[in-house]
Design a binder for this molecule. Structure first.
Ligand code: FE
Length: 279
């Protein structure tokens, strides 16, 4: 028997506008950096009104992080300074290593429902200036495991015998979407050394040994242990489970750029000014 991780922190985040005017919920951000290390930011989108998002995120830089955009439903067109261009649609994931620097745009397109999230994973100091890379993980490449309790989509990492579409090149990352049927109980072993959190997308359920259901649209940080347990309420439960080992390195955060020192941030912004940012 493993030790089941209990919820130690519940974060609701707050509604914000970002980019050129996209309404989103910033669930994790600068305030949660230490507790959720190595995960820097989590933005959640859920809208049936294109006015909330069509203004998009026009050209902007990133350095020192990975951005992972996972759409349960929706359509985001993107392009970047490496010459990549494409669309993220229902069930697809874009895993972008900004590394030494990338300039891109992310433009959500009108669709019946935009339901997804963007997770920022910090890069270890030694990899901050890694070669930029970006991966389009198509829905067909992302395994889904059907079980009596529901469906587990294995975007990154491993679920039982099933390897996800990636495991992350720098921070080994577990990223699952778990859809539980009404009343179903579910558990999985997790790395005891990792930071583990769930983001509840829809429905209701309880985590760990707790009997009290948690609201949807919350990030739940788990304490120590080597198993995660969830129990869905009467309407079922959909959540995203994220895990990775903390970096425990200094964080210097300037908007879309996250480095270790102020000097590195200053250099990045000077390079943007003088046109030498892309290496
Ligand atoms: Fe971006």
């Amino acid at each position: 028997m493993g030790k089941i991780r209990e919820v130690v922190n519940v974060v609701a985040g707050n509604e914000q506008k970002d980019g050129a005017g996209v309404r989103l919920v910033r669930v994790l951000g600068p305030d949660t950096v230490t507790a959720f290390d190595p995960f820097l930011m989590l933005d959640a989108f859920d809208s049936r009104n294109p006015d909330d998002y069509v203004r998009g995120f026009p050209w902007h830089p990133h350095r020192g992080i990975e951005t992972v955009t996972y759409l349960m439903q929706g359509d985001i067109e993107h392009g970047d300074s490496l010459g990549n261009k494409g669309s993220i649609v229902d069930g697809c994931c874009q895993w972008m290593t900004a590394g030494s620097g990338i300039i891109h745009q992310e433009m959500p397109q009108p669709c019946p429902r935009m339901l997804g999230l963007q997770l920022w994973i910090n890069l270890p100091a030694k990899d901050k200036m890694a070669k930029p890379r970006y991966r389009d993980l198509k829905a067909a490449q992302i395994p889904k495991v059907e079980e009596p309790s529901g469906t587990v989509t294995v975007i990154a990492g491993r679920y039982g015998d099933t390897a996800g579409a990636t495991e992350g090149d720098y921070v080994r990352t577990l990223l699952l979407e778990v859809n539980l049927k009404p009343g179903a109980a579910w558990r999985m072993p997790v790395d005891p050394l990792s930071t583990v959190f769930a983001y509840t997308v829809e429905g209701a359920g309880a985590f760990g040994g707790a009997a009290t259901p948690v609201d949807s649209r919350r990030a739940l940080l788990f304490g120590g242990g080597d198993e995660v347990a969830a129990a869905a309420g009467q309407s079922g439960l959909r959540f995203v489970l994220v895990a990775g080992r903390p970096l425990r390195e200094p964080v210097a955060w300037g908007g879309p750029i996250v480095m270790n020192t102020q000097e590195e941030l200053d250099r990045a912004f000077a390079e943007i000014q003088n046109g030498t940012f892309i290496q």
